[in-house]
Write a protein of this length. Structure first.
Length: 472
């Protein structure tokens, strides 16, 4: 056993001096805040983080580490892998501490010894495992959670049974305060990687994003088999697929109310300007549904904004959004949302988005105007009309399903994507109708312009979500 392992990546993958590295880490965290806003979702369970040199992927990774810093973790379980190849197991480096320029990371030896008693876990010499997929994360961890013990695990090629066994062991560690990290970059594009499914022209950025968000969507299912099948069918060059697969298998054991949030995304091509060679980076967070809920103050700010917007429209006829009186960090989050208008018990307009393009503070007043004026099922609202009630629905991220076994009537809404046709039903629609599950999915298909049973077509993609509904 080695007492202290000195990370060999200092001075190459990131600065070797403490002052210079501290400065870089502060810049990465501030740049991340500028890109993604100040909102940090509470009580994270896990993250996927990239692992290139800090100058490339550090800003994207910081989106996860900023959230981690707000959660005061008591233990970090870090899933990486050896790029040069490692054992077909989950290997634990046999070391007490790992030294970086910003301090030493303490390894959770007690948990390491407990796991190593059972396959597929095993202890292995640090020099056999040492890899940047794990060690590039350590300076970021020292910035976000200084002094918190870390359990580094190198995940090798695992058969399904071994993955499930390892997942059960890790799920037993998922007590309050334990946060899991899986280290992986996404698409490696270019001739040097042997992966060039489209030419390096002006469309590379958009096409890479489409490729990567399909991978992210598959990971959001929390089904390792679906995730791996997607990678196999597309030839995707996600390097850390084994750590991600193990993380998904573990999260699936923790219950069905967990959703994946894409915290940030970027490619190295955006940084370097080199379209012919690119590696993609994403920071993904995994949270239970209550982590996405707004506090009472935030809900009231949005309702007041929606009411003021609607009143101004009816009094002046001007299509002018009235922003909230204050913008808290939670209202800077980009989330799917709908605004529904009611006259008495009847719906008078409902417009929304299943994913967030704009901060909630901006989206809600704009959606209020769209619900009043743009819903093609209704005439635009007029000043002479009776009092209109407003209901706001803020959505969790979508979770892709294979089949409908994970759908709970009344709790979940659903989004159907089948070729060019798309539709969405909010969870509360079942409270107004005496629908069965079959009725719900038939209505979802009809809303997309499809025959009632076409929601189950092989080319149809079905996702579910939950919603925090508030208002009158």
């Amino acid at each position: 056993m080695e007492d202290v392992h000195i990370s060999p990546y200092a001075g190459s993958w990131y600065p070797g001096g403490r002052a210079e590295l501290d400065c870089l880490l502060a810049e990465l965290f501030e740049h991340s805040r500028e890109r993604t806003g100040p909102c940090a979702l509470r009580d994270p369970l896990a993250f996927v983080v990239p692992h290139a040199g800090l100058m490339y992927s550090g800003t994207v990774a910081a989106a996860a580490y900023r959230s981690l810093a707000e959660s005061t973790p008591s233990r970090i379980v870090l899933l990486g892998f050896a790029h040069r190849g490692g054992p077909s197991s989950v290997a634990i480096p046999d070391v007490k501490r790992i030294a970086t320029p910003v301090g030493e990371v303490t390894v959770d030896r007690e948990t390491a010894a407990m796991l190593a008693r059972e396959l597929p876990f095993e202890m292995a010499p640090e020099q056999r495992l040492c890899d940047h997929s794990v060690e590039i994360q350590l300076p970021l961890l020292m910035k976000a959670a200084p002094g918190v013990p870390v359990l580094p695990l190198y995940v090798g090629p695992l058969h399904r049974d071994s993955r499930e066994k390892a997942a059960h062991a890790l799920a037993a560690l998922a007590t309050t305060g334990t946060v899991f990290l899986a280290s992986s970059d996404l698409t490696h594009y270019g001739a040097s990687f042997g992966y060039q499914p489209f030419p390096p022209d002006h469309s590379v950025r958009d096409r890479l994003r489409d490729l990567d968000y399909d991978v992210i969507d598959a990971a959001g299912s929390l089904e390792p088999e679906l995730f791996l099948e997607h990678l196999s069918s597309t030839g995707s060059t996600v390097c850390g697929y084994e750590p991600i697969s193990l993380l998904l298998a573990m999260l699936r054991l923790l219950g069905d109310g967990i959703y994946q949030e894409a915290l940030d995304y970027q490619t190295s091509a955006e940084i370097t300007g080199e379209a012919h060679h690119s590696v993609s980076y994403a920071a993904l967070g995994y949270f239970r549904a209550p982590s996405f809920e707004l506090e009472r103050e935030d809900r009231q700010l949005l309702l007041d904004s929606a009411h003021a917007t609607l009143l101004n429209l009816l009094e002046t006829g001007q299509r002018k959004p009235v922003p909230p009186a204050a913008v808290t960090p939670a209202l800077t989050r980009r989330a799917g949302a709908f605004v529904s208008l009611y006259e008495g018990v009847g719906l008078r307009g409902c417009v929304g988005r299943h994913s967030g393009c704009d901060p909630l503070a901006q989206a809600i007043p704009e959606l209020t105007l769209s619900a009043a004026l743009d819903d093609p099922r209704f005439m635009p609202l007029r000043a002479a009309q009776c009092r209109v009630a407003i209901q706001i629905s803020v959505l969790t991220p979508l979770k892709r399903l294979r089949g409908t076994a994970g759908f709970v009537l009344g709790r979940h809404g659903a989004y159907l994507h089948c070729g060019p046709r798309r539709s969405l039903l909010l969870p509360q629609v079942t409270r107004l109708r005496d629908w069965t599950r079959e009725d719900f999915f038939c209505a979802l298909a009809r809303k997309a312009g499809l025959p009632p049973d076409n929601w189950s077509r092989p080319d149809a993609r079905l996702s579910v979500f939950e919603a925090q509904v508030f208002g009158e």
